[in-house]
Every structure is written in structure tokens, then in C-alpha cells.
Design a protein around this ligand. Structure first.
Ligand SMILES: O=P(O)(O)OC[C@H]1O[C@](O)(CO)[C@@H](O)[C@@H]1O
Length: 584
């Protein structure tokens, strides 16, 4: 696409923006303001009730408290001004109505359409109403999952299909795994519990043979359905694992086309349909999604729908979609200062680009959200880890923090030392008012969930307030330990307190983070929807793969064009120098 047309598409027909956002008056004002804020200590402002009330927002019982961010109302007003300057609202609207905001790939970005209602107004992409397409695939998922769960659809030898193996990587794995981990803790739909327990869902992601073994070793192929999840249906690791699984099925039941036809299904982009069929998977087992769904934004498509509906029933997935849809509507219509994903995105921009914090940690105080940090890691880092703006200028400001995390309280006993005393890393605490399980051991002062949540409430204050020399002296701390036990505090965090972990609120969490990521990208003027940075490694791996193959089949040498370091390492690996093993 020509640069001018990219600029036109992205500036949404409005007058062109300055080359760099840093040249705008709004950005410069924030830069100056950040110098004042750097002198403010959270200890001095956290006691002001009106500030705490102002720096909070609520949506359907999910309460966002950002009073522990290093911001004032003026900071927020300056961020809203920058948002207006960056035409944030217009960009959100453009994304949701199907404009091709992924300009480098010429694609719309419509994960919001995946949770549309069947009677929603049409969203037209290249002349097609995608709302209809979405619901046609969802109906197909529902019918197929019900047929499997009722026993109507069986394996090639007539056995019930009770094992679901989802083969995929990156966005074709992390989102569904996060939701699966969380769904597996839900008790609300206990009527289905026995049935749900009967089905086993496993993910085969890594091409490491150990992952293959770990996933398949105790499953009966006759009772297994393998779902190959790959948007492109070309990803090397996924396709090798898919062929491995197919061979495993053939080894058990014979190399008959009916084996693949009955035991394999695919979730892939409609443009990969021919590849799916060539693999042996019939069209009725292709659950398609579309080029306008990015891999890391695909959980709500068949990518999540199929494995999760097979395991938990379609109804649970539908409630998940409803939660995400509620946040989509809020995102598109709530004013900036009441809009949860917008607020989270603006605070992300503030911390990274103005306060200079290059990392961020996500801390769910819920074991159900065990895999949320890994999903957010891909979502945020693949989206916003970029070097140029949408129009190709090198970004000359800080963008795209490093995201990591772990559920609390486990994280407290591993990396929280650094959060409290090492470099400053803004934290996002997520907690729930109600647990899925009530557990109060007789004689204990509090129930287990209260104990968990006591930490959820305490940690943000420890980070913000710290512990001063004076407090330590008053506590009788030995003088030589005072420097070691002093906490500077003034470490920013936000707290998201939600009613309960269930499919509906999980959908909300997913959409909150998807939109937070988009808001940051829109503000930074980058394309959050492509991922060219992963291509070079794939190309080089393909070169190494073909060298290994040629060398092992006596048709070529390893060297030639390789640098001495890679050549040396590869030679050591391929030739398996006995000396290297003598210590084993
Ligand atoms: O769904 P696919 O096409 O197999 O891709 C898997 C993942 O690989 C990536 O392309 C990165 O290599 C991700 O963006 C994507 O989620």
C-alpha cells in the first residue's frame, strides 16, 4: 500500500497529523507535567478522599481504582487532551466499524464483531456482512459440540470422543488456554459438571517432542479428537505437531481417510481452506475465522469456541462472549473518563512514555487466572512492541512495556522483592469479591479467600506508601538494618476489583485487555495489529532446517554463508561430538 494511502486511511479522512506525536502541544505539556509529578509522593496524596473517589471508575460492578497511580486530575485531563489530539474516539469507531486499520496488511480489525449479537447492524468488510458469517460459524460450533457431547458424533471405531487435543501456538493457543484454566474452576453450572469432567482438554503447543509425549501418552486415539488451530495453517511447529498427531491416529486405527475425517478438525482462516482440505480434514470440520481476526485477538472466534464448547458446552462459551460484548459496547460509548479500557490504556501510555517505566506486571489474585499473564504478554507485546509509526517513521518515544506476571499470592514469594525495592514496575492487581469455592477451615480466623484478598488489599499500599526510616526507628529496628528495611514506596499500581470469576466476567477481562492494548497503540500512533518482527526468525529457522536435512541425507554441507558462531554450534549439535557427552 502506498504511504499516502496509508496516511489517508489512518488519519480517517481528517487533516493530517504532525509527523511525530511528540511534536504536539499536548504531548509536550504532559512531558513538563511529568517532571512535577515525579516530585509527588503517593504517601502525601493517598489520604485525600476526594482524590481517591475521582480516580476511580466502575462498569457493571467491576471497579477500577487508579488512585495509586502517580497521577492527579490534571494528569488525567492532559491525557484526555492527548487522546482527543490523537483522535482516539475516531480510531476506536473506525476499528469497530471495520475500516482497514491494520494498514500494513490491508486488513480490518474486527474481534469486536466476534461477539456481536445476531440481529446487530451489519458490519460490512469487502462487501460481506461479517456479523452473519460469525453467527453461521458459531451455530456450526454449537451443533458440532452438541453432537460430540451427546454421542451422536463418534470416532471411527464407534467410541465416544472424550479427549480434545488442541494443537496450536501463540494466539492460537494462549487465549484458549487462559480461558480453559479459568472455566475449569467454575462451579456455577454444576448441572453439566459430570459431563464436563468426562471430557479432557489438552493443548499441544511446543514442537518439543516432550510436549507431544506429555500430551498424548495416556490418551486413547480412538476416543480423541485433534483440533488443529492455525490461522495460516502454515506455522511450522503447529503443522509438524498436526502431522505427528495424525500419524498417532493412523498408527492406532489405520491409514484410512475416515480416521482423519472423524478424529480431526481445524480452526483456520477462510483463506487457508484449501490447505486444510489437502491435509485431509473435510470442509464440514473446518471452523473458519477470517483475515480480519488477528491471532492474538482470536479467542472469541472458533479458535476458542470449538475446544471450549467441546469441553464445557456451548452455553458457557456464549456467556463468555456476552461479557466481552458488554465491554465492547462500554468501550465504544462510555466517556473517556468513565471508560475502563481507555483509562487503563491512557495510564499505560503515561507510565511508559512520560514516567519512563519500561516494565509492567499483571497480578491476578485468583488461581483461575493462572494463564492470564501469559496471554496478556503476547497480546500486549506482539501488538505494541514496534519500532515505527503507522506511516513508517521510527518511533522516537518510549512505547511497549515488557509485560509479565503471576497470580498472587504466589508472586509475592517470588519476584515481589524487586517490585518493592528494585526498579519501579507499575502493577495491576485483579481481585474478586466472591470466590468460586468457599473454604473456611474450622478454627481459622478467616476463610481462605479472605486471606488471599487481605494480600490483594495490602500489597498496593505497601508499594505506594513504603516504610520510612522514622517508622523503622519507632518499631525498634536495629540501626544497621534500617537501610535494608527502608521501602521508598511511591510505586504505582491500579486495582481492579470484580464481582466473581465466571464466564461472563472472564469475557469482560479479555475485552478490557484487548481494548487497553488497542488504546495504547492508537495513542502511540503505531499499528498494534501486525507482527512483522516474528518473521526473520522463522526464515532463519527454515534455512537451518534445510541445512540439517541436506547434511544428514548426505546432500550438502552445514557451512556456507553461516557465521562461525552459528556454524560451530550447529556442527556441535548435528555431529554430536562424543566429547560433549562424556560428562553425562
Ligand atoms: O495461527 P497461526 O497462523 O498458526 O499463527 C500462530 C502465531 O504465530 C504468530 O504468527 C507469531 O509467529 C502469532 O502472531 C500467531 O498467533
Amino acid at each position: 500500500m502506498e504511504m499516502e494511502s496509508i496516511r489517508d486511511t489512518y488519519s480517517l479522512g481528517l487533516k493530517p497529523q504532525p509527523k511525530s506525536v511528540t511534536a504536539t502541544a499536548e504531548w509536550r505539556r504532559l512531558k513538563v507535567h511529568a517532571r512535577h509529578i515525579a516530585k509527588m509522593h503517593l504517601r502525601d496524596v493517598l489520604g485525600v478522599a476526594s482524590r481517591c473517589e475521582a480516580l476511580s471508575a466502575e462498569f457493571e460492578g467491576s471497579f477500577l481504582d487508579y488512585s495509586r497511580m502517580q497521577v492527579t486530575q490534571r494528569t488525567m485531563d492532559l491525557l484526555y487532551a492527548l487522546a482527543r489530539r490523537q483522535r482516539l474516539r475516531e480510531k476506536i469507531a473506525a476499528m469497530c466499524r471495520g475500516d482497514k486499520v491494520n494498514v500494513t496488511e490491508g486488513r480490518a480489525v474486527l474481534h469486536t464483531a466476534l461477539r456481536s449479537a445476531p440481529d446487530d447492524a451489519p458490519i460490512v468488510v469487502d462487501g460481506v456482512n461479517v456479523v452473519e458469517d460469525v453467527h453461521e460459524v458459531l451455530r456450526k460450533v454449537k451443533a458440532f459440540s452438541e453432537a460430540v457431547r451427546s454421542g451422536e458424533q463418534r470416532g471411527a471405531t464407534g467410541r465416544l470422543l472424550r479427549n480434545i487435543v488442541a494443537v496450536g501456538i501463540g494466539g492460537s493457543y494462549l487465549g484458549p488456554e487462559f480461558v480453559h484454566e479459568a472455566f475449569s474452576t467454575e462451579q456455577q453450572h454444576a448441572v453439566d459438571q459430570d459431563l464436563n469432567d468426562f471430557y479432557r482438554l489438552r493443548f499441544l503447543s511446543n514442537v518439543d517432542p516432550v510436549d507431544v509425549r506429555r500430551t498424548l501418552y495416556d490418551l486413547d486415539p480412538q476416543e480423541t479428537i485433534v483440533i488443529v488451530i492455525s490461522k495460516t495453517f502454515t506455522t511450522a511447529e503447529t503443522m509438524l505437531n498436526a502431522r505427528t498427531a495424525r500419524q498417532w491416529l493412523w498408527d492406532a486405527m489405520g491409514k484410512d481417510p475416515s480416521v482423519v475425517a472423524r478424529h480431526m478438525a481445524a480452526c483456520a482462516s477462510s483463506s487457508a481452506a484449501a490447505r486444510v482440505q489437502n491435509f485431509g480434514i473435510p470442509p464440514e470440520h473446518l471452523f473458519e475465522f477470517w483475515d480480519w481476526v488477528g491471532g492474538r485477538y482470536s479467542v472469541c472466534s472458533s479458535v476458542g469456541a470449538l475446544p471450549l464448547s467441546l469441553k464445557y458446552g456451548y452455553g458457557m462459551f456464549d456467556r463468555f462472549l456476552a461479557g466481552a460484548r458488554a465491554v465492547d459496547i462500554h468501550f465504544q460509548h462510555a466517556p473517556l473518563d468513565r471508560n475502563l479500557p481507555v483509562l487503563m490504556g491512557l495510564l499505560g501510555v503515561w507510565n511508559m512514555s512520560f514516567m519512563g517505566y519500561k516494565t509492567r506486571t499483571i497480578l491476578p489474585y485468583a488461581e483461575a487466572l493462572l494463564k492470564l499473564p501469559a496471554h496478556i504478554q503476547q497480546l500486549a507485546m506482539e501488538s505494541n512492541g514496534k519500532r515505527v509509526t503507522v506511516t513508517g517513521e521510527v518511533v522516537d518515544y518510549d512505547i511497549g512495556p515488557v509485560d509479565f506476571g503471576e497470580p498472587g499470592t504466589n508472586g509475592q514469594h517470588s519476584f515481589f522483592q524487586l517490585l518493592h525495592m528494585g526498579q519501579v514496575c507499575p502493577a495491576e492487581f485483579i481481585g474478586f469479591i466472591e470466590s468460586q469455592h468457599h473454604l473456611h477451615v474450622e478454627g481459622e480466623v478467616v476463610a481462605s479467600h479472605d486471606e488471599l484478598m487481605a494480600n490483594f488489599f495490602a500489597q498496593p499500599d505497601a508499594l505506594a506508601l513504603g516504610n520510612t526510616r522514622e517508622q523503622l526507628v519507632a518499631e525498634g529496628c536495629p540501626p544497621e538494618l534500617i537501610p535494608h528495611r527502608t521501602f521508598a514506596g511511591n510505586r504505582p499500581s491500579l486495582s481492579l476489583l470484580m464481582p466473581k470469576v465466571n464466564a461472563y466476567y472472564l469475557g469482560q477481562i479479555l475485552a478490557l485487555y484487548e481494548h487497553r492494548t488497542a488504546v495504547e497503540g492508537f495513542m502511540w500512533n503505531i499499528n498494534s495489529f501486525d507482527q512483522w518482527g516474528v518473521e526473520l526468525g522463522k526464515k532463519l529457522a527454515s534455512d537451518v532446517r534445510s541445512r540439517m536435512h541436506k547434511f544428514r541425507s548426505g546432500k550438502g554441507t552445514l557451512s556456507g554463508g553461516l557465521n562461525p558462531s552459528t556454524h560451530g554450534l550447529l556442527k556441535r549439535y548435528v555431529i554430536r561430538d562424543r566429547d560433549a557427552f562424556k560428562h553425562c
